[in-house]
Design a binder for this molecule. Structure first.
Ligand SMILES: Cc1cc2nc3c(=O)[nH]c(=O)nc-3n(C[C@H](O)[C@H](O)[C@H](O)COP(=O)(O)O)c2cc1C
Ligand code: SF4
Length: 455
């Protein structure tokens, strides 16, 4: 049973990824919250599991299945929002044997439990989505990649996979249609960067976790050189719903051009946990899931996207939660993390800690990222320590511009977001640190603590 807390969402919000009643989840507040075993295949089948796979294999065939996913507008939930069907077309159009589907359940952000919640509460949705994707691209091998330390997740997945194989949903002769699908759970051990798809594929090959130059992309040249579709587990879990309810029904949920639902990890209020939200809802609605702030406190900032996320001001609360809107605001969907920081927070301190994390986690293969993120981190440290140099904010902007676009992976660009968004929205606070060696929130030591009396 999972110990992830599922937050209550407003009545009428769609539930595609998580079971409506949050079965087994501590703190589940949707519906009856009746504890059920997520690996109980009979119960899952009674609730409609594997109907989507049946439809793909028996009614649609591979080409129409890919077309349906394309028509739904489903975009990858791993962060970048790439159209799922485009990857499928690239893989199935590559004339190579031994195609593979990889479910990315690594969950790089240690503070976000979105993917873990899905794998532990609704493992059959991920397995079914994986089986449909494999059927559509003609793959006979599929891997669910998770962290080594996610022992509870691994136990649940292995039990679910064994039951699914016994029932003929995976394994030999899937649904009696003559196709084979070998699904394994593979645990990989490593750091933050291992969630990035080319690094994950290297790790699955037992090699050092560093990315490769793209193109070629994994869809045509991936694991062991084979065409490999890598999807976040949430992307896969939406696919059965799409096939059963129809592409048009899915396209109507969420925002135009960004349909469906996504899992968010919300904290900062009186509650913290995972929730399923329709894309396009506002950051205000997402933040509200965490409940009220501590008494007398006001919202100062929202940390959106995880360790390499953006720090947005309260004016951004009406920003729609979509890939494009968050990017334009200086943040990103990332790990689905949304943290509400109240007026006690110091923006310099937040940006400094996040940038340090990003610098420490850079794999080092690309020199501008390896050295640039370190220099960014040092600027953050100087601001917090009251030892800034006159040109530091200009240097910050120049460095960020130089770093972006010269990398093997997106970590380089994302690593600039905490400090750059801090400078964009909270310039006066950064200036206060730089010019007067003063921390208005009274957080940064040993510099002057103007607001310390309020704590
Ligand atoms: C630094 C970094 C970390 C990432 N971590 C994850 C992760 O933990 N899980 C994930 O699904 N995707 C992660 N991604 C995105 C993957 O590289 C890839 O785009 C994704 O797994 C593709 O799935 P999708 O098509 O469903 O979006 C990360 C990307 C970067 C740059
Ligand atoms: S951009 Fe950074 S994290 Fe990505 S490959 Fe280069 S050094 Fe590694």
């Amino acid at each position: 049973m999972t110990d992830v807390t599922i937050l209550e969402t407003p009545k009428g919000w769609p539930a595609i990824l998580l079971p409506r009643q949050g079965a087994g989840a501590k703190g589940a507040a949707q519906g009856s919250a009746k504890a059920t075993d997520p690996t109980d295949l009979d119960a899952a089948v009674r609730a409609g599991a594997f109907e989507g796979l049946r439809k793909a294999v028996r009614d649609l065939g591979a080409t129409a299945t890919i077309a349906a996913v394309g028509a739904s507008g489903l975009r990858g939930r791993g962060g970048a929002g790439f159209p799922a069907a485009d990857k499928w077309r690239a893989a199935s159009g590559t004339p190579a044997a031994g195609r593979i589907v990889v479910a990315n359940g690594y969950g790089a952000d240690p503070s976000s439990q979105t993917d873990r919640a899905l794998l532990e509460l609704n493992p059959y949705a991920v397995i079914e989505g994986l089986a449909i994707a494999a059927f559509a691209i003609g793959a006979e091998e599929a891997i669910i990649a998770v962290r080594t330390e996610a022992t509870a997740t691994i136990r649940i997945l292995e039990a679910a996979l064994a039951a699914a194989a016994d029932a003929g949903f995976v394994g030999t002769n899937v649904l009696g249609a003559g196709r084979h699908l070998d699904v394994t759970v593979q645990a990989v051990q490593g750091a933050y960067l291992l969630g990035e798809e080319t690094i994950l594929l290297k790790a699955l090959e037992g090699k050092r976790g560093q990315p490769e130059q793209r193109p070629p992309h994994p869809a045509t040249h991936g694991l062991r050189g084979r065409p490999t579709v890598v999807h976040n587990v949430q992307t896969l879990a939406a696919i059965p719903w799409i096939l059963v309810n129809g592409a048009q029904a899915y396209a109507k949920i969420g925002a135009e051009g960004c349909p469906g639902t996504i899992l968010v990890q919300v904290r900062g209020g009186e509650r913290s946990g995972v929730a399923e939200v329709p894309l396009g809802t506002t950051l205000r609605n997402v933040a509200a899931l965490a409940g009220p702030l501590a008494k007398g406190r006001t919202v100062k900032a929202l940390l959106v996207g995880g360790p390499s996320g953006g720090i947005l001001p309260p004016e951004a609360l009406d920003t729609p939660y979509t890939f494009e809107s968050l990017r334009a605001a200086g943040a990103h969907v990332g790990s689905g993390s949304v943290i509400v920081a109240d007026d006690r927070a110091c923006i310099v301190d937040l940006a400094r800690v996040l940038t340090r994390f990003c610098a420490d986690e850079a794999c080092g293969k690309t020199i501008p990222c390896r050295i640039g993120t370190r220099r960014l981190s040092e600027i953050g440290d100087r601001l917090a320590a009251g030892t800034s140099r006159a040109g530091d904010l200009g240097l910050l902007a120049d460095l960020s511009a130089d770093i972006v676009g010269s990398a093997l992976c997106d970590h380089e660009r994302l690593a600039t977001l905490p400090l750059m968004s801090g400078m964009r929205y909270f310039r006066a606070e950064l200036d206060e640190h730089l010019e007067r060696s003063s921390c208005p929130a009274g957080v940064c030591h040993p510099i002057a603590m103007a607001a310390s009396a309020t704590h």
